[in-house]
Design a protein around this ligand. Structure first.
Ligand SMILES: O=P(O)(O)OC[C@H]1O[C@@H](O)[C@H](O)[C@@H](O)[C@@H]1O
Length: 543
């Protein structure tokens, strides 16, 4: 969490709100912008949180460069990762004086390509949205702040308090900043996605791809199945009963509503191991061994209402690992996958194909086919990406697996020694290159590392045992922990991801396949899956 920088404190702030105050803000803006706000509404963006929406009117005349950066971010549908765009500090309005609490809702907007410039430096009033100079942290002022003078770039205006008020009422912990200031830090961060106003499914095609509209229109109609909903309202569900009668297999495969009412496939193997896969995101959200050991991890800020990708389990990153031209980790984890097949293996196959939503970001025809099986205790996954169009395209991908650990600081990963890795902690777009010298990679601080040319087998010691991963044609492994950026939960999980980091070019009609088998053992996995077909954890596929 970063401290509100450049704060100059003066006495005399009053932070109460009433109609008079709003009028004063409106007049104040009128004076600065030279026109009545309501008759010139201008452009607005919407932040979608699990508690509802926050509409931010862009003050374009006051801060033209900042507002255009924010608009671009919204139009390109970034901010889909809870880590990069989230509120992390909630300070209510003080009963009197300047605080504490400091009358603001603070967050980060780290998907901005660069730090915003310093402009729009008027006195901060209730409703103003301001950046903290020198970075991408920002706040919504919940009260007037004359004590700060003109030290913050003001670029937006919020005048509906319903959602901010809910976030301000969430639990916080006190955190003493070096300077002695006690900050209220949210126990669970509140992530948001950003869209231009009116774009309720992450919106119309962005202007950069406007020429694609014609191409989209010429294509056979195919429903956009990736309508990420804005709020925690009723979730659109497929007809799970009819899916179950079509695909259910006695005792082995059942389709029913899972968490949040999302259509979910439940697998049960002969020995009693289970797995859950949501059609939204094609995400394995649970894998339990026959002994009842849950191996995966769902973050406490995960929501199951399609307002954002499921934060946990095994989300897909496709067609982009990121950062890159489209939203971080691509759109596959935002989309409803189709249930295409099941057998009493138990096995299920989900399919995602291009549609208007995906064309809005990525102008390619594709089919992604994802098969998940339970073989005894082992969970096996296979992803086949086919170019169904008539031109080549490039993509990269990962299986962004979240694993529960007894303690992040004692979790280790073996199998990576001697590899070159890209350290992305400081700057994911410009990583530094290092060599892994350790036999056991650890998580003792923020880790965001891509190991290139990783071996087929790596093992995570999660504190309760070993999670073995045997992969085929996933050339890279990503290790990630957000560390204290996710204060509420970072001790409980690590991500060990099978990845294809370098872009793969697929010619028209060509296909790319990758697979991983996961096995959990409470005893150390000395060796596993040595090509012995009798070992259940070995990759087993019948094509
Ligand atoms: O989108 P999520 O699930 O919060 O994960 C984000 C993280 O995912 C990891 O795969 C990346 O290496 C990190 O750079 C990124 O921050």
């Amino acid at each position: 969490a970063s401290e509100l920088r450049g704060v100059r404190r003066r006495a005399g702030d009053v932070s109460g709100n009433n109609g008079g105050r709003r009028l004063a803000v409106a007049r104040h803006l009128h004076a600065h912008l030279g026109q009545p706000r309501l008759t010139d509404p201008g452009r607005a963006v919407t932040m979608y949180t699990q508690f509802g929406e926050i509409r931010v009117q862009l003050l374009e005349k006051l801060a033209p460069r900042i507002t255009s950066m924010v608009w671009e971010l919204a139009a390109h549908r970034n901010c889909t990762t809870s880590h990069s765009c989230a509120f992390y500090r909630n300070e209510a309005r003080p009963l009197s004086g300047e605080g504490p609490p400091y009358a603001l809702l603070q967050g980060r907007m780290y998907d901005l390509p660069q730090d915003p410039p310093f402009e729009g430096n008027i006195e901060v009033r209730r409703g103003h949205v301001c950046f903290i100079p020198g970075g991408k942290d920002f706040f919504i002022a919940l009260g007037d702040h004359p004590e700060w003078g003109n030290s913050h770039p003001v670029w937006g205006l919020v005048d509906d308090w319903q959602t901010p008020d809910i976030i301000v009422s969430q639990q916080y912990t006190n955190w003493s900043h070096n300077g002695g200031t006690v900050l209220r830090i949210l126990k669970i961060e509140v992530p948001w996605t950003l869209a231009v106003e009116g774009d309720r499914t992450f919106g119309p095609l962005r202007s950069a791809v406007a020429p694609l509209r014609a191409a989209v229109a010429a294509r056979p109609a195919r429903a956009a199945r990736c309508a990420v909903r804005a709020t925690a309202q009723a979730v659109e569900t497929a007809d799970v009963k009819s899916l179950n009668s079509q695909f259910g297999k006695a005792d082995a495969v059942e389709v029913k509503e899972g968490r949040g009412g999302l259509p979910t496939v439940f697998l049960k193997s002969d020995n009693g191991a289970t797995a859950e896969i949501t059609l939204f995101g094609g995400c394995v959200t649970s894998w339990k061994t026959a002994a009842g050991q849950e191996v995966l991890y769902i973050r406490p800020d995960a929501v199951f209402d399609k307002s954002k990708p499921i934060s946990g389990g095994m989300p897909h990153c496709f067609p982009q690992f990121g950062p890159g031209n489209i939203q971080l980790h691509g759109f596959a984890r935002n989309c409803d996958w189709e249930l295409a097949g099941a057998s009493d293996g138990p096995t299920v196959t989900l399919v995602l194909t291009d549609n208007e939503y995906t064309w809005g970001m990525w102008p390619n025809s594709f089919k992604a086919e994802y098969t998940v099986s339970l073989v005894g205790d082992a969970l096996t996954t296979r992803l086949v990406v086919t170019n169904t169009g008539d031109a080549p395209f490039a993509f990269n991908a990962s299986l962004h697996s979240y694993f529960g650990v007894a303690d992040v600081e004692t979790a280790t990963v073996r199998g990576l020694q001697g590899l070159e890795y890209l350290d992305r902690v400081a700057d994911a777009a410009h990583p530094s290159v290092h060599k892994e010298l350790r036999e056991l990679a650890t998580f003792r601080g923020p880790v965001d590392a891509v190991y290139r040319g990783a071996p087929a087998k790596v093992v995570l010691d999660n504190g309760a045992g070993d999670v073995g991963m045997a992969s085929d044609n996933w050339p890279d492994v990503v290790l990630w922990t957000p560390w204290t950026a996710m204060e509420a939960c970072y001790k409980e999980f690590v991500c060990v991801e099978n990845a294809q980091y370098a872009p793969v070019t697929l010619e028209a009609g060509a296909a790319w396949t990758s697979a991983t088998s996961f096995i959990f053992s409470s005893d150390p996995l000395i060796d596993f899956c040595n090509g012995n077909p009798d070992q259940p954890e070995c990759l087993v596929y019948d094509d």
